[in-house]
Design a protein around this ligand. Structure first.
Ligand code: NAD
Length: 472
């Protein structure tokens, strides 16, 4: 695998970046620089947007079945690169290779495949009285994505945007840009028409802001932190451009008194620690009935202690490093604050052993966390689980909803009807009952400060459509 990339993808071609600044890419498990990519400028964004604008009418007019055929070819080209994708994510992000293969490479392929069919069957025209209501693509989409699921976050925007007939300018995270190059190799091989998708790498303040503020970008689709989402909204508001935002989370895993505690805690810890806790939907607050609290803590501590830290390429590793030194310092700061605020360390913590090199944080469980404290309110984005007790169902729901976020969550009960009632009371975009499997066709997105709009499936495609009423 050749990691050196010196170009952007503009108007259907790899175009060498001016020999200017680059952004270094680090392996977080060794702290070594392993690659560099060009740091784009506002002028590079101008070229990418111009290419996307020029390609838009042709792509919007392409028959849905032809767009579906393009996505199918892209799926084949990307599938052929699945091993390289998993290895690249293990290298640039530190996700253990086994998880990277299943989630970081497997999930985007599943999502892309789902849009082959959805692209072929766009929403039908409707008749409302004397009006014909038609749906049309929004136009040029600026996609700005984070580092934690580098390919999935891109595909979750690109596939529905293309299926809807939009053209795209992508800026991947500067921390994990290498996977995007594999995607664009596949795009080139699949022969998508020039200008339909364009890649500019670089930093958020330069390339990201140039995309968000660009007068010719009709919609900005962003996944990342709530603070950046706010900034992008301000930039887009100046020209009343549409924004879709997938932001942070602080999701609750609500374990009722009649739940299968062993499964609920084991699955809950696994969810919280997936990708070293760098998952926006992570169930980072474990809410347990007080009658079963001590038992749950025991189970959580045992489960957490079983997460072996180490080299992402070692098959025995279950927990990789965090993405950067800055993230490690942030996460350790949250742990220290949680303990200072009265939390009780049950497992891990700042002094637990970790490998000498790499941005590792030990799997950590903190009990007796005050629901109003920073540890229960702030998104930590590391392998840190906060455990909170409750006395009854109403209190559990109140604690779960005591958050400015509302992205995901879980409920466990032996009585499914009871669990569903509780799920409906949770102010959050998704709830899993008794460990139900992930559904790639279900709408995904947040309530409150977790975002605006939905991704995935039919709902994800509709975000990229405008509605027009034609009276006759
Ligand atoms: P981030 O907000 O720092 O960066 C995300 C992207 O925005 C990057 O490409 C970055 O370069 C760019 N960016 C940064 N500043 C910008 C600016 N001023 N203008 C335009 N673009 C800018 O987020 P991150 O640290 O990469 O990702 C972690 C965050 O993402 C967490 O908060 C996590 O919860 C969230 N996230 C949300 C979802 C979701 O679907 N809701 C999914 C994954 C991650």
């Amino acid at each position: 695998m050749d990691l050196a990339r010196t170009d952007f993808y503009l108007d259907g071609q790899w175009v060498a970046a001016d020999a200017g600044e680059t952004v270094a890419v680090r392996n977080p498990a060794t702290e070594e620089v392993v690659a560099a990519v060009p740091a784009g400028t506002a002028a590079d964004v101008d070229r990418a947007v111009a290419a996307a604008r020029a390609a838009f009418p042709g792509w919007a007019d392409t028959a849905p079945v032809e767009r579906a055929a393009h996505l199918d070819r892209l799926h084949a080209a990307l599938s052929a690169r699945a091993d390289d994708i998993a290895r690249t994510v293990a290298l640039e992000l530190g996700t253990p290779l086994k998880v990277a293969t299943r989630v970081q490479a497997g999930l985007p392929l599943t999502v892309l495949h789902s849009y082959v069919e959805l692209a072929a069957r766009p929403p039908a025209d409707e008749t409302v009285g004397n009006s014909l209501v038609v749906r049309e693509p929004v136009g040029v989409v600026g996609a700005i994505t984070p580092w934690n699921y580098p390919l999935h976050q891109v595909v979750a925007k690109l596939a529905p945007a293309l299926a809807a007939g939009c053209t795209v300018v992508l800026k991947p995270s500067e921390l994990t840009p290498l996977t995007a190059y594999l995607l664009f190799d596949a795009i080139h091989e699949a022969g998508l028409p020039p200008g339909v998708v364009n890649l500019v790498t670089g930093t958020g303040p330069v390339v990201g802001e140039a995309i968000a503020a660009h007068p010719d970008v009709d919609m900005v689709s962003f996944t990342g932190s709530t603070a950046t989402g706010r900034r992008i909204s301000h930039l887009a508001a100046d020209r009343i451009a549409r924004v879709a935002l997938e932001l942070g989370g602080k999701s609750a895993n609500l374990v009722l008194d009649d739940a299968d505690l062993g499964t609920a805690v084991k699955v809950g810890v696994g969810n919280a620690f997936l990708n070293s806790g760098q998952t926006c939907t992570a169930w980072t607050r474990l809410l347990v009935h007080r009658d079963r609290y001590d038992e749950a803590l025991d189970l959580a501590a045992k489960a957490a202690a079983g997460y072996r830290l180490g080299d992402p390429f070692d098959p025995a590793t279950r927990l990789g490093p965090l993405v950067s030194a800055a993230q490690r310092e942030r996460v350790l700061g949250h742990v220290a604050r949680g303990l200072a605020d009265g939390g009780r360390l049950v497992c891990g913590g700042p002094d637990a052993p970790v490998p000498d090199r790499g941005f590792f944080v030990a799997p950590t469980v903190i009990a007796d966390v005050d629901p109003d404290s920073a540890l229960a309110q702030e998104e930590v984005f590391g392998p840190v689980l906060a455990v909170i007790g409750f006395d009854d169902e109403d209190e559990a729901v109140t604690i779960a909803n005591n958050s400015r976020y509302g992205l995901a969550g879980a409920v466990w009960s032996a009585d499914e009807e009871r669990a569903l009632r509780v799920a409906r009371r949770m102010r959050t975009g998704a709830v899993d009952v008794n460990g139900a499997p992930f559904n790639p066709l279900a709408p995904f997105g947040g309530y409150k400060q977790s975002g605006l709009g939905r991704e995935l499936g039919r709902h994800g495609l509709e975000e990229f459509l405008q509605v027009k009423a034609i009276q006759r």
